[in-house]
Design a protein around this ligand. Sequence first.
Ligand code: DTR
Ligand code: CA
Ligand code: ZN
Ligand code: ZN
Length: 321
Amino acid sequence: MRLSVTGRSAAAAVIAAAALLTTSAISTAATGSTGPTAPPRAAAAPDIPVANVKAHLSQLQSIASANGGNRSHGSAGYKASIDYIKGKLDAAGFTTTVQQFTTSGRVGYNLIADWPGGDANQILMAGSHLDSVSRGAGINDNASGSAAVLETALTVSRTQYKPTKHLRFAWWGAEELGLIGSSNYVRGLPAAERTKIKGYLNFDMVGSPNPGYFVYDDDPTIEKTFKAYYATKNVSTEPDREGDGRSDHAPFKNAGVPVGGVFAGASTAKSSAQAQKWGGTAGQAFDRCYHSSCDTTANINDTALDRNSDAVAYAVWGLSS
Ligand code: DTR
Ligand code: CA
Ligand code: ZN
Ligand code: ZN
């Protein structure tokens, strides 16, 4: 290929060539210059409206408040949470499946939502746990991840995104009892189905009130993708050390699926170095209401929720196109 722009690297030429092959994936949400002289390029990830994510948090808070104050495994609040998410996805054109299971003598559910299309042999998944602990409404843990994943899925529908890979979204039950729902899902997959899953992205606690910006460091490609997003926002990140094996990505990783995700911090205190680069309060937990009754809609940092929701979309678009 002859380059018309001097100084362009071979890698840039490859990227440009790849973009030429994906003109059908150019989304209406793409930003920047257009017109006859602009080169065609791959779909840009859309901005996720944080107001929409917050509206889902309010709905999940109302569901908890109407059902004894929580959305824990086996409760009416959990089932109502599943019904809320499923209703939105069904209306948006997803193919939804509810998987029922019993653990600790109570019935729980996973919700799986497939976006029709894409290569059935290459699946990208994004998921979050939907159950709270019984002490509270679980808005940061984990209505935040659930709402960010939901609004990303709804944005896939709104933009009628046509990814190369097949997209599958998941909301897990009984994470708080030991990753039960996600473990059941992975265990139930035939080996041939499991190997089609080329990546699993996990979102658990993405709006912590005294936030950190942690990126899981399990898979280099997925980690690089999230770091590239935060670099565009001039936000520095750290590898996640608090969470290893502590959320629903663990069963996927143990089954050989590449995993990644982001996390805004739980009960660990923010150091002064971290407060210097991220703002917030040194010596205070990232989430002082972790697993407490004060984990309500007041327990959310809007900037972290906005950035991390946009990071979900950035990774879903970037890793599926
Ligand atoms: N699994 C979370 C708590 C948690 C702690 N560390 C991390 C790191 C990454 C994600 C989540 C977490 C809970 O649900 O309690
Ligand atoms: Ca946004
Ligand atoms: Zn928890
Ligand atoms: Zn959690």
